[in-house]
Structure formats: structure tokens, C-alpha cells
Design a protein around this ligand. Structure first.
Ligand code: SAM
Length: 260
């Protein structure tokens, strides 16, 4: 039987890899790496670096495959994403059957943790349902950007007994915030924090967390929203890409803010 490992590699720092992830890396014959173009070459280098750093006395191969690009001519958006998922599915089936012999182990190295805004596990479920290629698989958790953000700001995500939400920039609105006092926002290319009532929230923002380019800024939304937008756009221009995440925390009287 072929074996697949879906390995969370953490959100930037090679030291975010767990011992379980390192053990799994050392069982792999073929690494499947999605190449998302020159703008994200840094992320590809990190994956190679992780293999060189942690794999000891073992031969392995890297198979780099160009990630399908979403076709902008397809609308609506949902059909475009569906088409893109189908292409990914066909690609995964092809590389697993062509590059992985029976009895060999392959791995997908997933940024952060595979459970958060990553399609690998969904594609694997669909592959299993289709049965075109057969394999067993394990999922190894990683340090997500959400955990990295909290650690860098030295904060707990929830307040006493409170809920924490995770959403995307696209879905962030006054309405979505009404039910939550603490919300982590990911995948936000538009600085959506500008669209909320800044008097109500503090922001804990982090970009390139765990990497040498890391930037963190925290404060009252009204005071720092403009600064974050400027710093973000300068950093994006400098590096050619950006990944940033932030926690929006509803402001409360100081006496309510103690505890964990
Ligand atoms: C496609 S999602 C992948 C999330 C990933 N699976 C995780 O566990 O963090 C990409 C989003 O994660 C966040 N992200 C990932 N790595 C980050 C980092 N090093 N610093 C800040 N945000 C990051 C950003 O919001 C980015 O838009």
C-alpha cells in the first residue's frame, strides 16, 4: 500500500516543526511540493530547507509541481474555485500514481496546520471517494499562524470562558463581529479592519510570523489601523508577497480583562 503523510510544517519558523513531524519526514520517499510561482519562491525554499535540516541519512526525492492557477475568465467565483479544485484533484491523482510506487511513502508539506484554510485534506477525501488511486494516510498537526500570532504578542486568544472566532477578511463585517468579542482574521488582502468601528476594538497584527521578515504591531484600532495599512503595503512591495493575520479584541473595562 502507498502511504501518504500530510505534515503541518508550522507557519514560518523551521523550529515550529513538532517532533512528530520530524519523525514523519524521516519516513518519506517522495515529497510533493506545489510551486505557486516566483512570488512565493521563499515558501518553497523553506520547505527544502526543512527537509535538509531534519532528514538524517535518508534518500528522498522532491517532486515540484506547478499549482493550477484559477482561471479569472470563469464566473461566478464558486464555479472558478470548483474548477480549480478539480484540476488540483486530477493533478494529485496523477503525481501519486506516477511518482509513488506501491509500498513507498509520500508527503504533502502543508503551511501551518492542515486544518486551517488549506484544501489538502478536502482533496484527499475526494481522492479516496473516487478510488482512482489508493493509499493510507496520516495527518500531522503543525503550529498554525493563529498560534504563532498569539505567542508573538504574548496573549491568550480567549478571555475568561469566552469564545474565539476565526474568519477571513472577506467575511469580516460589523454583523459577523456582533456575536464575538475576539476574532482572528486570516486571508485578508484588503485590510478589512478599516471597515469596522475602530473605537470598539484593539488589534494584534502580525505579518511573516516566525520568519526573518516578521513584523508585529498592536494597539487601539483607531490609533494603528493607518500604520498597519502603510507598513503592510511597503512590506508587500519589498518582499513581493505578504501573509498577515490579526486578532480583533473588543475593548472592555480594565477590570474585565484579567484571567485566562
Ligand atoms: C491559505 S491560509 C493557510 C493557513 C495555514 N494553514 C495556517 O495554519 O496558518 C494563508 C493565511 O494564513 C495566514 N498566515 C499563514 N502564515 C502566516 C505567517 N507566517 N504570518 C502571518 N500570517 C500567516 C495569513 O492570514 C494567510 O493569508
Amino acid at each position: 500500500v502507498r502511504k501518504l503523510y500530510v505534515i503541518g510544517i508550522g507557519a514560518g519558523d523551521p523550529e515550529y516543526l513538532t517532533i512528530q513531524a520530524v519523525s514523519a519526514l524521516n519516513k518519506v520517499d517522495v515529497f510533493f511540493v506545489m510551486d505557486k510561482g516566483p512570488r512565493t519562491a521563499d515558501l518553497l525554499h523553506l520547505r527544502r530547507h526543512i527537509c535538509e535540516k531534519y532528514i538524517v541519512d535518508r534518500e528522498y526525492r522532491m517532486v515540484e509541481v506547478p499549482d493550477p492557477v484559477r482561471d479569472p475568465s470563469i464566473s461566478p467565483y464558486a464555479s472558478r474555485v470548483e474548477e480549480w479544485h478539480l484540476e488540483r484533484l486530477a493533478l494529485y491523482e496523477r503525481i501519486i500514481s506516477e511518482e509513488l510506487a506501491e509500498g513507498d511513502s509520500g508527503a504533502f508539506l502543508v503551511w501551518g496546520d492542515p486544518s486551517l484554510y488549506d484544501s489538502t485534506l478536502r482533496v484527499i477525501d475526494t481522492m479516496i471517494a473516487r478510488g482512482v488511486v489508493t493509499f493510507e494516510y496520516d495527518v500531522i498537526p503543525g503550529i498554525s499562524s493563529v498560534q504563532a500570532l498569539a505567542a508573538k504578542h504574548k496573549i491568550a486568544l480567549n478571555r475568561i470562558g469566552g469564545a474565539v472566532g476565526i474568519t477571513t477578511g472577506h467575511l469580516l463585517s460589523e454583523k459577523s463581529l456582533r456575536e464575538m468579542d475576539d476574532v482572528v482574521v486570516m486571508l485578508d488582502g484588503n485590510c478589512s479592519f478599516k471597515n469596522i468601528d475602530c473605537t470598539e476594538f484593539d488589534i494584534y497584527w502580525g505579518a511573516y510570523l516566525g520568519t526573518q521578515s516578521e513584523i508585529i504591531i498592536a494597539g487601539r484600532a483607531c490609533d494603528i489601523a493607518g500604520e498597519i495599512e502603510r507598513v503592510r503595503s511597503e512590506a508587500r512591495a519589498r518582499n513581493g508577497w505578504i501573509m498577515d493575520t490579526y486578532l480583533l479584541r473588543r475593548r472592555r473595562a480594565v477590570s474585565d480583562q484579567e484571567g485566562r
